[in-house]
Write a protein that binds this ligand. Sequence first.
Ligand code: SAH
Length: 378
Amino acid sequence: MTTAPPTNLLGLNRQRLETFFQELGEARFRAEQVLKWVHQHRVRDFESMTNLSKALRERLSSCAEVRLPEIVSEQVSADGTRKWLLRVDAHNCVETVFIPEEGRGTLCVSSQVGCALNCAFCATAKQGFSRDLTVAEIIAQVWIAKDVLEGARGKHRTITNVVMMGMGEPLLNFDAVVEAMDLMQEDCAYGLARRRITVSTAGVVPAIDQLRERCPVSLAVSLHAPNDELRSRLVPLNRKYPIAKLLAACRRYVEREPKHQVTIEYALLRGVNDSSALARELARLLRGLPAKINLIPVNPIAGEEFETPHQSVIDAFREILTAAGFVTITRKTRGADIDAACGQLAGRVQRRGRLPKKSPNSAGLQRADQAGHRIAAP
Ligand code: SAH
């Protein structure tokens, strides 16, 4: 006789938890009680869930669990940014980053182990793709960050915003990401307003439309170039979903909600996409789109030659966009001393043999190994 593995209640949104209790012959309101225990009080053993009957507690202990990834390491940057390396299974780890700012705290959450998109300048890409994270593994990042932060001293210790900008392409793990975002918004769990959650995508066009229907959170698009020729070199996904299609999807996304804006992310790479001519081309391209622009001076990653432009070049680029009427901010690099900045996340992954060991990209793999060494270090 085989017994079914325990259900991990951590990954069930309200609807799934209600179904779970209905199937046990229990009232639906149990879902609300358990959501609060698990996500608000962060209680993991059913025995302590004192408003459930003794019989139900015993039953849950035998068929369910609240299981979280293990914290392998926590690093705190000089600027207060924190990064956790979390082990999701014997071979795979992911990273989560908390960025405190005046009046807010942003948690940067991973959606996949590794990434399949292979953007030219991103550290995660160098690892190849290992697997999608489950709903439980995604929401666990919020659970753990909150748990650690509430125990920590000092101000800046609450999560006011979540950005799906960690490892992976969130829209290629659509169902799990959306159900995890249900829990982020759920009043009995984390209670974040929809607009305080941002999905960042390299441009999976059909999924942008699905997101608008299912869960219209804030949208950020990693554009990085104003024309297809250049963008296809930086973001290979552009060959499948070129700029015109991507921007049309952005327009559809914001159309229904007058106050909604798309965030356009543009990593500035010295000598590659940082000229004034390209800034003007970008301004023309985005004309009429309700958008704000985030310039991200590229964070260098091992094994790639990309460099950050001089400050004067960054300022000139920004000035052109501002003059064209776009709110444009230059994102401050945070947590670079602990490799927690944009594009630097590289939890250890199980390799799928996509990259030969001694390829020019092997530096990325070494970085993954270094993360592995941190696992072993005391
Ligand atoms: N796959 C999603 C989310 C992860 S990346 C996406 O592409 O949007 C989050 C952001 O960091 C993206 O805009 C990405 O292009 C950017 N990024 C990646 N590598 C970077 C680097 N080395 N320096 C600066 N930004 C980088």
